[in-house]
Every structure is written in structure tokens, then in C-alpha cells.
Unconditional design. Structure first.
Length: 304
């Protein structure tokens, strides 16, 4: 009997060991998950707090901003939205939105068209000095915008284009955004050249190859460029401040300045309302196209 009892005890002891180890692993995974969830929740709250404060501040009277810098308004009101909808300086709010949409959409069209054509030339056409020109284009990324403000303004002023949208739109059609040209170049270089050679055998030229073969394949890069261009143009303040002088031509970033005049009392409630309304199109645009943005950035380094 003793010879058979000892193995039974060993079997039971060995059977208990694997059951305790998975339980410890499950407990560790649960604790780690809870820690990460709490940390991410705290980080999300920190990131979203300014947006939540801005939204709730739209319901504060202007006189309450100095006495109540907190989150919850003491005397909530919708008068700020009423003032904003009525407009300012004789211009309704929808006019500012229309101006911003027009500038942003034209900037997207010009950037995509010119950047894609320039990128195709750098990636597919062999000509003398292509490496030097491409390096010079990348070098413009190191050049601050403030360096070219004065000569650019003098040039547009001599052309009598100040107080128009041409200074804000025309450079977009000239492939001046080196970042997007570089992004699209990387996509085109990852496309096999066999497709180009097959199209040339059929008698296709560069334009036919570009519009029929290359353009459909670089759609992720185009969508990524469109998202960034729209957001940057929508939020641009310095460009319209320099070239647009008429209040009826102001985009939203410049219209915000009208509610904070240094010579009179600033309407902080209306400013908060306009600021929040100006963020709504950006939030909607980003939510709708964020999956294309992630796909475009994720496939940037893939080989075709």
C-alpha cells in the first residue's frame, strides 16, 4: 500500500502547481490592465479638459470670466451664441465660415494637384540635377515662414493682390509645401516601375501614366495631405492677417480678433462661443477622415 500511496501524493502535488501559476498570471494581467486603464483615463481627462472648459465657458457671461475661472458657470446663459449668430462689424457669422471654407478647400485642391505632379517628376522622371533640386526642396523645410514674409508681401503688393485671397491660395498651386511633396514621393517610389513600363509599351505618356496609374495608387498619401492642409489652412492666422483687410473677407481666425478690441471692452463670452464653433468643423473633419489618416501614415514605409 505504501508503494502506491507515494506516487499518488506526488501526482496530486504536481497537479496543483499548474493551477496556481495561471491564477497568478491572470491576477497580474488584471492589475496591469487596471493600472493602464486608470493612467489612460487620467491622461484623456487632462487632454480633454481645455476643450470641456471652452465649451462650458460659452455659457458664461463676460463679467463672470474674472470672478469664476472654474469649469462650471454660475449663471449659465445662451446670449453668447445669440451675439455670435448675429455677427459683428456688419458681417454675419456664416460669412466668416464661408470665407474659411473657401480658402481651405482651394488650398487643399492646389496642394494636392501641385504636390502630386511635383512628386511624380522627382520620383519617376530622370533629368539633370534632380537630386540637387530635391535636396533644395527638402531644405526649404528648415526655412521659417517669417523669413519670407516681407519679400512675399512686397511682391503681392506690387501685383495689387493685397486684400484678396490670391496670396493665400496661389502658392498652394505652385508646390510650395515641401512636406507633402516629400510624403507623396515616398509613396510613388514604392510603386513598381513595371507598371510604368507596361503603360509606355501601350503608348502612354507621363500624363496618362500619372492620372491612370500613379494617382489611384497614392490615394492614402493624398488623403493624408488633404487632412493636414485643411486643418492648417483653417487655423491659419498670420497669413490672412497680413493680406486680408476687409472685415467681410475675414476668415474665422481673424474674425475672433474683432471680439477682443484693445481700444474697447473685450467680449470673452462671445470669443469663447466663436472659438468653439470654429473647432466644430475641424473635429468633424478629423473624426470622419481619421481612419484614412492612420492608413496613410501606416503605409508610408511599406514596399510596393
Amino acid at each position: 500500500m505504501t508503494t502506491f500511496e507515494a506516487p499518488r501524493v506526488e501526482v496530486v502535488e504536481n497537479a496543483l502547481e499548474p493551477t496556481t501559476q495561471p491564477r497568478r498570471r491572470v491576477k497580474r494581467k488584471t492589475v496591469n490592465t487596471i493600472i493602464w486603464f486608470v493612467a489612460l483615463l487620467a491622461l484623456t481627462a487632462i487632454v480633454l479638459y481645455p476643450l470641456l472648459w471652452l465649451f462650458l465657458s460659452t455659457f458664461k457671461p463676460s463679467s463672470e470670466f474674472a470672478s469664476n475661472p472654474g469649469l462650471i458657470p454660475e449663471n449659465p446663459t445662451v446670449d453668447n451664441y445669440v451675439k455670435v449668430v448675429e455677427g459683428i462689424a456688419g458681417t454675419p457669422l456664416w460669412r466668416f465660415f464661408a470665407n474659411s471654407f473657401f480658402i481651405a478647400i482651394m488650398a487643399v485642391i492646389g496642394t494636392l494637384l501641385s504636390s502630386a505632379l511635383a512628386a511624380y517628376a522627382f520620383a519617376r522622371i530622370r533629368f539633370r540635377g534632380v537630386g540637387i533640386l530635391f535636396a533644395a526642396m527638402i531644405g526649404t523645410l528648415l526655412l521659417p515662414f517669417h523669413v519670407i514674409i516681407i519679400p512675399q508681401y512686397i511682391m503681392f503688393n506690387k501685383l495689387e493682390l493685397v486684400d484678396t485671397y490670391w496670396p493665400l491660395i496661389l502658392p498652394k498651386f505652385l508646390a510650395t509645401e515641401a512636406f507633402f511633396v516629400f510624403l507623396i514621393v515616398q509613396f510613388i517610389r514604392n510603386i513598381p516601375r513595371d507598371m510604368d513600363e507596361a503603360a509606355r509599351i501601350d503608348g502612354a505618356g507621363h500624363l496618362r501614366i500619372f492620372f491612370s496609374i500613379i494617382l489611384p495608387l497614392i490615394k492614402p498619401a493624398l488623403i493624408t495631405s488633404a487632412i493636414f492642409t485643411f486643418i492648417w489652412t483653417w487655423n491659419d492666422f498670420l497669413g490672412p492677417l497680413l493680406y486680408v483687410n476687409s472685415p467681410e473677407k475675414y476668415p474665422l481666425p481673424i474674425a475672433l480678433r474683432l471680439y477682443n478690441d484693445a481700444t474697447s471692452t473685450s467680449d470673452y463670452g462671445a470669443t469663447a462661443a466663436v472659438s468653439f464653433l470654429a473647432l466644430v468643423p475641424i473635429l468633424i473633419f478629423f473624426i470622419v477622415f481619421q481612419r484614412f489618416l492612420v492608413a496613410g501614415v501606416a503605409t508610408q514605409g511599406l514596399k510596393g
